[in-house]
Design a protein around this ligand. Structure first.
Ligand code: OOG
Ligand code: NI
Length: 268
């Protein structure tokens, strides 16, 4: 486990950038417009609900850094469960961790995923670098395609393994931009696809959170039998609104999250 929060997020960012060239470009576009550091609202991680890699095992890395558990979220159709974690330091990015409820999936998917997870060394899960260690299993392209037919999430996990699925820019901390539609326009002006599932702006002031995201970059992956280009990771943008007590809302909105998961789908 990391003992230094900044070191963990730096490594997560470095590993994410390797497969998300658009994030660095957009970072630069925003940075150029902003002339100041970009603050992350949150990052997201994915996993399967199987020992030794379930949501709780990933969360341990953040609990040991002083994070506390926040809300929980259910995604029945996608067969996902998620929780968020937040830190007493308001500058610390929040963490959204989801897991696929494998037992609800087909026997074929269950067999494939159990075989992948069986290849993970249980001791490695607690290691400093686990959260950005990528894939711990052999998987061929046809197996990826089989998973893709049933669960985009399972296929993404099989191909990419453990890494930040996205980083999220805090729009509240930007000075040149205030709204999600402004950011979406900037993205489109620079040639990026905005996830339009459920609308380009997800959430509302009434829900205290508005979000948008790019569609994932497409990057070549080395499967055990061949290389194929598939969706990798995406970049997200969040604007939070104050609750009645004046503090910014720190939770997530399940209906919005449900659509943001689709940013890694093969077609938006
Ligand atoms: C997480 C999707 C949900 C949010 O901010 O609501 C999410 C994922 O795609 O793994 O990031
Ligand atoms: Ni997110």
């Amino acid at each position: 486990m990391h003992t230094d929060r900044n070191a963990l997020f730096q490594q997560l960012w470095r590993n994410y950038q390797e497969v998300t060239p658009s994030a660095e470009e957009i970072h630069r576009i925003l940075g150029a417009e902003e002339g100041q550091a970009i603050i992350n609202d949150h990052i997201a991680l994915r996993t399967f609900n199987l020992a030794p890699v379930g949501l709780d095992a990933l969360a341990e890395h953040f609990l040991s850094l002083g994070y506390v558990q926040g809300g929980e979220y259910h995604f029945e159709a996608k067969k996902l469960y998620a929780r968020h974690y937040e830190h007493p330091d308001p500058d610390a990015p929040k963490v959204f961790i989801s897991e696929l409820l494998v037992e609800q999936c087909s026997p074929e998917l269950q067999a494939i995923v159990k075989d992948l997870v069986a290849q993970v060394d249980p001791d490695r899960v607690k290691a400093d670098d686990f959260l950005y260690s990528g894939r711990h299993w052999n998987v061929d392209y046809q197996t990826y395609r089989t998973l893709l037919e049933e669960s985009e999430y399972a296929a993404w996990m099989a191909a990419w393994g453990y890494r930040a699925n996205h980083f999220t820019v805090s729009i509240n901390h930007l000075t040149q931009f205030e709204t999600v539609p402004e950011i979406n326009q900037l993205l489109k002006d620079n040639g990026y696809a905005v996830n339009a599932s459920g609308g380009e702006v997800k959430g509302s002031p009434a829900e205290l959170l508005e979000q948008s995201s790019t569609m994932a970059d497409r990057i070549p992956v080395q499967f055990s039998d061949r290389e194929e280009t598939i969706p990798s990771c995406f970049y997200e943008f969040a604007r939070r609104y104050p609750k009645t007590d004046g503090e910014l809302y720190s939770g997530f909105v399940a209906a919005s999250a449900d659509k943001i998961f689709e940013s890694t789908n093969a077609s938006g």
